[in-house]
Each structure stands twice: as C-alpha cells, then as structure tokens.
Design a protein. Sequence first.
Length: 512
Amino acid sequence: QLQLVLPQVVLRQLRLDELDNWPSTKKDKSHHNYFRATFGQEGSLAALFADHVRPLRPTGGSTTAAAPAGGSPSKPPGCWSVPAREEPASTWSSPSASDLSDSTTIARSDASTHAPRSFGERVLAPLTRTWFSTRLGRVVAPGEARVLLEGAWGETTAVLHLLWPAGAGIVHVVGRSMFLEAITPRGPGTFKFDPLQSNAIRGPVVWLPLPGHQETQPEVWHATLLDASLRAREHLAAEGVLPKLEVGPTAMWRELQPDTSPGRLSLAFCTTVKDRLWQLRHALPICLANNWRHRHWVRFYIVDFGSSDGALDFLLSTCREAIDAGLLRVYQAELPHFHASKAKNTAHSVAQEDILVNLDCDNLVDEDFAPRVRRRFEEDGLHALRFSGGQGTCGRICCLREDFLQLRGYDEECHAFGAQDLDFFERLQQRFGKPAAPVDRQMDVCAVPNKKADTIRLVTHLGMSWGQMDAANRAVFHARTASGQLVRNRTHCIGAPATRCFGGADEEEVEV
C-alpha cells in the first residue's frame, strides 16, 4: 500500500456473486481496482498472503485436470510450444462456487516453494522479457511467473506481472488457456492468447480481444527489433562508441517512462542508404528502439537506392515491427550513380512532418534527441539547427519542411560528394539569420565509425578522391551563394522518383 500510495484497504472474504469463475458471471467487481494496482508490483499479492494464510489441504498428490478430449489443434512451425501435461487426461470441468470458497490454497512466492515448476509457470516463462507493443510501448515483465492459487480440483492459476508506460497488467493461466488483463489506451481490456499465430522466441505474441470488451483489435507484441538493438549496442560498446548497456531497476524505470514531452510539431528523420548494411544494422535498430515511445509524432524515412548487400531485406524483416507501428517508412529509388544531394533530397521530399532531420545511416540518436530538437524549434523559434558535437555528425541538419522546400533542398548541380551539407546550412543562415539557424556544439551526438574511403566507394569510377570533390564543390557553392543564389535546382524536380514499400509486396507510387 505504501509503494502504491493507496488508501487503507480492508481484506474480506468474497461473496458468491464476486467469485472469479471463468467465464465470469459475477455482478460486483468493485474489488478489482485494488487487485489491478497490486499486480503491478512484483510479488506484492503473494507477500501479502504468504505468512498469514494456512493451506486448507496438502499441496501434493492432487489430480490435475487436463485439456478437453481431442487436444489442441496442430500449429505451424515456430508457433508457441505449450508444455505437455504429465498427468493423465480427463474431462475438464469448471469448479463450483462452493469448491472455490471451501478449498482454495494461496501459495507462497519464494523460490523454495517452486521446485518443480508448475505447468502455468512453464507456459508463462517465454514471456518473461521485454517486448515492443504498437499501442502500449515497451512491455516489461520485471519478475518471474508465480502460482497464486491452487484449487482442490487440481487446476492452478499462474500469474505474470507486466509493466508498460503509464500502465500495468497481468497474464494469467487458467487450465490450458492464457489471458491478458490490461489497461490499454481505450480502457481496461481482456485478451486471450492465440498460440497459432504466436512465436515463443522472437514474437509475435498475439492476444485476441474477448467479446463484450472495449478493445476490438488484437494486441501484438514483437521482440525482433529489440533483440537487434541489443546486439548493436553490445557491438558498439565493445568498440567504445557507446557505454555499456545499463541494466537494473533504474534502467527499467527509465525505459517505462511515457512520452510526456509537450509540443505540437512532428519530426522526421531522413536517411539514405546504398550497400551500407554493415552500418545500418549497428545504428538503425538502436535509433528505432530509442524513439519507440515517440512513435506518435516521430517517423523515420529511409530510401534504399538499389542495395545489393541485403540492406532492403534487413529493413523489411528485422525492422518490420517499426513499419507496422508507423515509426518507419521504407522507399526504393534509382539513380544512374549515387549522388549525395539527389539522394538526400529524395528522402526529405517523401517526409511530411514539420521538422526534417538529415540523419546519415551511420548516425545514432538517443531517447532525448527528438524532444530536445522540437523544444528548441518551438520555444526559440528556430528555422534550422546543425550539430557538430561528434565525429561523423556534421551533416545532421534540422530544418522546417517549408523552409527546405522554399530553398529547394541540397544543391544537385555538383559532384557526388563533398560540402553539400555545409552549403545547405549556410543558405539557411543567409535566409533566416544565424540566431534562427545556430550550430549546437554541446549536445553529445555520435555515429558508427567509418572512413572517407567507405563513403565514396560507390563512385570510385568517377576517378576523383573525396578531397578533390569536396574542394571543387566548395568553390562552386561559395560562388553561387555570394551571387545571391540561395534557391537552387530551379530547372528540375529535386530528388528521384521513389516507391514506398509495404513489407516488399504492396507498393504505393510517391511523387517527389
């Protein structure tokens, strides 16, 4: 009660019309509010009852009921594997009210009473990790499953506590069925686990809403993207790019914080890629995971220009849950040869958000980057912002979409690489003034290490080094800006035609 900041609660025996027979037919559910809140704290119910309730019958030697005759339907490969019951099969029947009130044992939650593990605990074990949910955000199981109730008829009720931003819930096993009781954005909801559509390793974990509840859409959890982000963090931590991943209650508490950043402007990260899978797989999963809580106003746009190293497959498979959640949109486009300005103009043109952020595919963004940028644009009235606090992040330029279109983006009448970022930002400063387009050297930004040779390997056939292209572009850009040519690309459409991908099968033509 102290942890939950709850008023004093009186414990009493439930009346017959309050009993939790399934499906429930009881009328009085007022006591559920306290129990829903309590389930959010690991082991709190078990700790409450453990030392004060005497078992009404021995826990060993009972006959446990099995599934109905006929067994469960066959499942395709990779579906949830339900542990087999070791007890002989018999016909399952719901307990009567007298059975529940007269012969119920409340089990202790300490580990010493859980050997061997029960059927319910084995079923819940694959859920004891962190998941991504489109509606709920990060779903975390902070502890292990516990058996709370064991009835005289032999059935157990195993419970797993769950936490997510601004909410909590429980998963409980009754007989051979598993249910999710959750507080969702639309209110309380009860879902039943669907083993035919679920995978115990990486997801998805599919919960189907029960009839008569406010929720009508399935609740789906994934873990593929989350696992990819953890592998990427471990790799970059070993390389010294990122600190080691923090674990423990403090880290979990930070992950569960809801997105409370005020603001009205939306934000888009615009990224281009061609044959850069080795960078993409170490940067993008981390960026998507860090911005999962901001998915209602942040979106990543990635345009693939004919990669042959599997980059597109990586986007459409490993990052598929971000696509389904609306956090990521993937496009395909073609160019005769890769050109940085044309590629960036394509990625910026398909974005529809208020603030556009150029994000190279090797750049990393943390949880606070997008809220800080939005706050500066809204509170300081900025038109543009550039970051230079880390190696490889010189091109991280933020600007309003209307200003990008007004200046017609990056100058495309130049060599394939070199100085295009600095020229675009200089034009923004010329148009709106340096106070409205400052350079931020304080915010800690970073990127996956790479060399200039990696940057220009796609255009080595042009016979110029990066330094030669950069010097030539700087001279041309300076002359154009000095003559007042702040608006570029006047004679042609910027970027390249792009096609939006929906998992590789469905496509939508986008004009840029």
